[in-house]
Design a protein around this ligand. Structure first.
Ligand code: PHE
Length: 356
């Protein structure tokens, strides 16, 4: 039987016809899936109008039972299909609406997340490390909060030495200890003592790290700065080895064309001692604020390990000898990259940091 025929038959029946017309109107006005579900429940749910009607046919006369049963089931079939069709349409509409709502404009430019880079000083330290690691040196570290013993005493620095005075050293107050022997290391040299104490010779080590001095900040001074300490102890190490090592280093670091000079100097823990200068590349050697008019920049102190220091760590100065050096990382960076003022390294000004 064609759909039209049974619908006509249904329409002709007052009760079924009424249900049909109302269901059709309800279907039509259902604007979303939720409303449509309401229609389904109202007609086909357990207490829905059509369900109740179909349950009631058992009480009818046999002929009427057959007629209403047949038409009722046809109406049920029609309504189920109509609900499914309308449901499909509504879902498509709702999906399109959701897509419109959640639309992402892929033509918008992305947000740029700023990428960090290594700080210039970290790069320089790494460069220094690489040069010495290439010569067979090993990396070691020591504490920044140090004992007077390691920072001064075992480095052969007598109690009267001017660098021990309050004007140079940050002392650390350890509450309740009553002692004044804790300080921020003024140099990385105490690492020399710690390594020798812990390790028998031969030794080839470098120790990068921070150091602290009570200096008033200016173009070449900062109360916190970085050093790389070096120490070589072995049988038969000579001043010639020290010069050769440092010359190799300065050439690798600054290039063959840069001048290097060794100037006699004094350090309590080396004898003889020297300061090593590199020609100032900011003024080309003619003199400027950074090199204080000398044309030279001091980049490191060095010397042959004083036998007294070996005495403190239990090395036999009759059997071994050694050299040590300590270089200022900021000074090397000033020179190598032409940064005119040490304070720039610590200002965190991106205009400077982005350049390296
Ligand atoms: N510690 C010295 C300084 O800070 C540098 C140095 C290190 C000198 C090792 C000689 C040997 O000036």
């Amino acid at each position: 039987m064609a759909a039209k025929d049974f619908l006509d038959e249904i329409r002709a029946d007052p009760e079924l016809g009424g249900i049909y017309e109302e269901a059709r109107a309800a279907l039509e006005s259902a604007a979303d899936s939720e409303a449509l579900e309401g229609v389904r429940v109202a007609y086909l749910g357990r207490k829905g109008r059509l369900s109740v009607l179909l349950q009631g046919i058992k009480r009818l006369e046999p002929e009427e039972k057959r007629r209403v049963g047949r038409l009722g089931n046809l109406l049920k079939g029609w309504l189920e299909k109509a609900l499914a069709d309308k449901g499909g349409l509504l879902r498509i509409g709702e999906m399109e609406e959701a897509l419109r709502r959640e639309e992402v404009d892929i033509t918008l430019p992305g947000r740029a997340f700023p990428a960090g880079t290594r700080h210039l000083l970290s790069s320089i330290i790494e460069e220094i490390e690489d040069i010495f690691i290439g010569m067979g040196y090993r990396l070691v570290e020591g504490p920044e909060v140090e004992l007077d013993y390691y920072n001064f005493e075992a480095l052969n620095t007598p109690a009267w030495h001017p660098s021990k005075s309050l004007s140079d050293t940050f002392y650390v107050d350890v509450p309740g200890s009553g002692s004044d022997d804790v300080l921020l290391r003024t140099q990385t040299s105490p690492v020399q003592v710690r390594v020798m104490e812990a390790t028998p010779p031969p030794l080839y080590v470098i120790a990068p790290g921070k150091a602290y001095r009570r200096d008033v900040p200016d173009a070449t001074h900062s109360p916190m700065f970085h050093q790389v300490e070096g120490l070589a102890v072995d049988e038969g190490i000579t001043l010639g080895d020290l010069k050769g090592t440092l010359e190799h280093f300065t050439r690798r670091m600054f290039g063959e064309e840069r001048d290097v000079r060794f100037r006699p100097h004094f350090f309590p823990f080396t004898e003889p001692s020297a300061e090593v200068d590199v020609s100032c590349n900011i003024c080309g050697g003619s003199g400027c604020r950074v090199c204080k008019g000398t044309g030279w920049l001091e980049i490191l102190g060095a010397g042959m390990v004083d036998p007294n220091v070996f005495g403190y760590v239990g090395y036999d100065p009759e059997e071994v000898s050694g050299f040590a050096f300590g270089m200022g990382v900021e000074r090397i960076a000033l020179l190598k990259y032409g940064v005119p003022d040490i304070r720039y390294f610590f200002d965190n000004d991106l205009r400077l940091l982005r350049q390296y």
